[in-house]
Design a protein around this ligand. Sequence first.
Ligand SMILES: N[C@@H](CCC(=O)N[C@@H](CS)C(=O)NCC(=O)O)C(=O)O
Length: 219
Amino acid sequence: MLPKLYAHPFSSYCQKVLIALYENGTAFEWRLLEAPGSPAMQEFEALWPLKRFPVLVDAGHTVLESSIIIEHLGVHHPGPVRLVPQDLQAALEVRMLDRFFDNYVSTPQQKIVFDRIRAEADRDPYGVAEARTMLDSAYAWLDGFIAGREWAAGNTFSLADCAAAPALFYADWSHPIGARFPHVRAYRQRLLARPSFARAVEEARPYRSYFPLGAPDRD
Ligand SMILES: N[C@@H](CCC(=O)N[C@@H](CS)C(=O)NCC(=O)O)C(=O)O
């Protein structure tokens, strides 16, 4: 049986996993989380009451969290592109950078977006300002770190780049990566040109009207 992925094409954390699947041409069954009450949605809600996606079900195992799903795919469905290095020290750096993109790029990016879909009275301008400051700090650190590197962990595309691609894609839409961060902007472009991510971006294109801040007319 193929692994089943409960996911939505416009979701950044789902794209992170899709990149890993596409890098290795791994066959899987899409369980599209689109219509409320659909069979896929009901299965998903029963699997994971916290209702965060993606979720992977593989050979009877329910696998939660995008990073762990990618690690699981590497263990159980290895392909030509190893996304977590075998070398333990190199793997630690990849995991550290994966945490950076999730915690300090995706999390503040989502704070900005989710604030916008709240009722006006429930909005949190202080929290949004903090998120913008966090993104500026993350961009500044990354600009120095990524200068001279092709991919996050060096010359080899990894789990960290799977995390970086959708994180920086939507972060730039939510809090633009300024011209003072040329290395981050160039890295984002390299990620957009990577065929696995380009495919995920194309598959998500029909859903751009869902972006609460209004999707820019680019990318
Ligand atoms: N730490 C989780 C984050 C998953 C997550 O936040 N997914 C978003 C979609 S990109 C979600 O489920 N949003 C639904 C909600 O917040 O209600 C992971 O890495 O998989």
